[in-house]
Design a protein around this ligand. Sequence first.
Ligand SMILES: Nc1ncnc2c1ncn2[C@@H]1O[C@H](COP(=O)(O)OP(=O)(O)OP(=O)(O)O)[C@@H](O)[C@H]1O
Ligand SMILES: [Mg+2]
Length: 254
Amino acid sequence: MSTPSTPASDEAVLRVRNLHKSHALGATPIEVLRGVDLDIHAGEMCAIMGPSGVGKSTLLSCVAGLESPDRGEIRVLGEDMAALDEHGRTLLRRRRVGIVYQFFNLVPTLTGYENIVLPYLIDGAAPDHDAASRMLDRVGMRARAEHLPSQMSGGEMQLISIARALVRRPALVLADEPTGNVNVATGRRIMALLADALRDAGSAMLLVTHNAEDAARAHRVVFMRDGLLLHDAALAGPAVTSAAVHDRLKELGI
Ligand SMILES: Nc1ncnc2c1ncn2[C@@H]1O[C@H](COP(=O)(O)OP(=O)(O)OP(=O)(O)O)[C@@H](O)[C@H]1O
Ligand SMILES: [Mg+2]
């Protein structure tokens, strides 16, 4: 597969339309996503907030091509995910999407540095050691380069995983509660790193968070309830402050 080119400026990096996804729980499927629509453009950070179990991680998995939706459309860089085969989706994810997980997902048998260059290795590409080295410094983890994840704190593991997600300057960054398991100071650092990387690389970012302060770093905050994104209640631009996010969560009963 040829890697899709950067989309025209008016085309969303991520476009989701009428997305439906059920999870089978025993014999009864529960419809988690019931018609989700979302566009995110280059350089934009969009935060999604909503109650536990509402389907935020499910949405991210579908966008990443790790789960298949029941119906609806997902386009990443203009590429229709449903029109790609499994291999095509995997290549698109590896080459153009960076994923940050709540529980880090580092490979336990690889060192910090090896984890950072993993996106090249699993793609059969030669690692860009200059880029990896710059990322190592950028996240401040040079002293942990040769350590295994088991020898790192949670915050250190997350910083390494941020470096891994960003090393190839992905067009789309998906971050699922990236500060959920680190202390407050590290969480602020992680959000600053993500915001800087987004600005420098012009990436689009979908951030799932329960933290109003993190959400307030986004350009737009969209709330999720009952399987839908409530775009009418979204906050955008200067209206995005942690106080406004708190108020909106209260209004929506989230
Ligand atoms: N593989 C699965 N099989 C069955 N049900 C699932 C599966 N994955 C998720 N679910 C269910 O789908 C719903 C949405 O889960 P999801 O993980 O997307 O929620 P979330 O919004 O990310 O919640 P949290 O804020 O707690 O992370 C939940 O009710 C969950 O139990
Ligand atoms: Mg989740």
